[in-house]
Design a protein around this ligand. Structure first.
Ligand code: NAD
Length: 475
């Protein structure tokens, strides 16, 4: 820790975190496929040393107290802001998301906002009993060392969601970024390290074996995991060994239901961004849209109009607001699902095939009409820019369709009648339901999934509780 905020340029940030010349693994620009830099390839022994350092630092960090930790999180927000532009550039190249739109600069803004909100959230002790039967008070202590394992879609923002509450509650943190987007996370951790005490936040880069060891590590007390449901199950299995507490933010397949009284033109842009934010690579994005027959064609047409007006391309070009898929595996998933949809009679309204003229990993916004439940593009998580639009006649059927899958992260209802929309929202099985929007989050509103989308809550007071150990004192 230098104790003061430093503003670096992108090259200096990269130099801080890169492997030594000739070592490490190449990381490619998602849009151009040029080499950005080389990330260190760390070993399980490196991870063990990182956990040992975080364990040693934890008692001192806990002893700092809430006031000091909050001050340091506010300083961390300043450090992020001082380096927001170079971090956004690095994120844009590594992840693919454009600088503009709800993308890289927006993600850095969210990092600072969540750090501040977490610093300012108070979790007071709670008096449970205070009467002739006795006195009992509940307070929240640090759990110890938190392992933070992240995905590649919103690597910085999700990293802060895991790091900020953990630090706030007096835990130290070992971060394991996704192997697809390690450089930007390592750079962000390095910036945070300028203002935090040594070893309270340590990053280890590596692949699945590092994640698996971190989840199973005997000195890890809590795992914050965001990623796929399949990997989440492995994290649960690992927790049988170390009994680590878990917060699991897993995959989703969010449904939106458009009621017949909605105005297609008025809602088209919000529907579009609900589905295509971060080029569809977002956990709580609209992934299947159920539209009433009365306005079905109008909604499909209006979505295609917005798609035609929304520029896609290299993220560093200030005009673009949609980018490439982050990696070839995800491009293959999207291509397979759209090809299958076409083969089973889905109507490709716009898009429908990769766009190699933009670059190797580009896939245009794709709207597929006339699909039914059961089509893989409807039932599987596409995690990319292809939206199935499904026709319904009876809203009870749409609710049943929305609830029929074994995931439940988010959902939305679109209507000009708020009361009716709220009634339907109350029947949807999801951790968050939006009305006339999809995907917006607030640092004070708890976020988490149901069913196979995971368990545990992030954000606000509930988020602080989830990285703390409750202690009741009687008497
Ligand atoms: P992933 O599960 O492939 O990887 C996530 C992380 O887990 C990576 O850092 C990876 O290295 C690590 N990992 C791999 N094997 C592991 C193991 N055995 N033990 C511990 N860690 C291991 O997921 P991804 O492809 O990076 O992310 C995409 C998925 O994440 C999508 O399903 C998406 O819906 C979900 N997601 C959910 C949220 C949410 O908040 N619910 C947010 C973003 C992404």
């Amino acid at each position: 820790m230098s104790g003061s905020v430093q503003a670096l340029d992108e090259g200096a940030l990269l130099d801080r975190v890169q492997a030594r010349a000739g070592e490490g693994r190449e990381i490619l620009d998602a849009a151009t496929r040029e080499v950005i830099g080389r990330v260190p390839v760390q070993t399980v022994a490196d991870l063990d040393r990182a956990v040992a350092r975080a364990s040693a630092a934890q008692p001192g960090w806990a002893a700092c107290g809430h006031g000091r930790r909050s001050e340091l999180l506010l300083a961390a927000a300043e450090a992020i802001e001082a380096n927001a532009e170079p971090l956004a550039h690095l994120l844009s190249r590594e992840q693919g998301k454009p600088l503009n739109g709800p993308n890289a600069r927006f993600e850095l803004g969210a990092c600072a906002a969540w750090l501040r909100a977490t610093a300012n959230t108070v979790l007071d002790p709670e008096v449970l009993v205070d009467d002739e039967t006795g006195y009992a008070e509940l307070s929240y202590q640090p759990v110890g060392v938190v392992g933070a394992i992240g995905p590649w879609n919103w690597p910085l923002m999700i990293g802060i969601w895991q790091i900020a509450p953990s630090l706030r509650m007096g835990n130290t943190v070992v971060v394991k970024p996704s192997e697809h987007t390690p450089l930007s996370v390592l750079a962000m951790v390095s910036v945070l390290g300028d203002v935090l005490p040594d070893d309270v936040l340590v990053a280890v880069s590596g692949g699945r074996e590092i994640g698996a060891r971190l989840a199973a590590h005997p000195a890890i007390d809590k795992v914050m995991f965001t990623g796929s449901t399949a990997t989440g199950r492995k994290v649960v299995e690992a927790s049988a060994g170390n009994l680590a507490r878990l917060t699991l933010e897993l995959g989703g397949n969010d449904a939106g239901i458009v009621l017949p009284d909605a105005d297609p033109k008025a809602i088209a842009e919000d529907l579009f961004w609900g589905a295509f934010i971060n080029t569809g690579q977002t956990c709580a994005a609209l992934k299947r849209l159920y539209v009433h027959d009365a306005i079905y064609e109008d909604v499909v047409t209006e979505l295609a109009v917005v798609a035609a007006q929304t520029p896609m391309g290299r993220g560093l070009d200030e005009n673009n607001v949609l980018g490439p898929l982050q990696n070839p595996q995800q491009l293959a998933v999207v291509s397979r699902l759209v090809e299958d949809a076409r083969a089973r009679g889905g109507r490709i309204v716009t898009g429908g095939a990769p766009a190699p003229e933009l670059g190797e990993l580009f896939y245009p916004v794709t709207i597929v009409a006339d699909l039914d439940d059961g089509a893989p593009l409807v039932d599987e998580e596409q995690f990319g820019p292809a939206l199935p639009v499904i026709r319904y006649h009876d809203v009870d059927d749409a609710v049943a369709s929305a609830n029929r899958l074994d995931v439940g992260l988010g959902a939305s209802v679109w209507s000009s009648d708020r009361d009716q929309a709220r009634e339907i929202a109350g029947r949807l099985q999801a951790g968050t339901v939006w009305i006339n929007s999809h995907g917006g989050l607030h640092p004070m509103a708890p976020f988490g999934g149901v069913k196979s989308s995971g368990y545990g809550l992030e954000f606000g007071v509930e988020g602080l509780k989830s990285v703390a150990a409750p202690r009741v004192i009687h008497g």
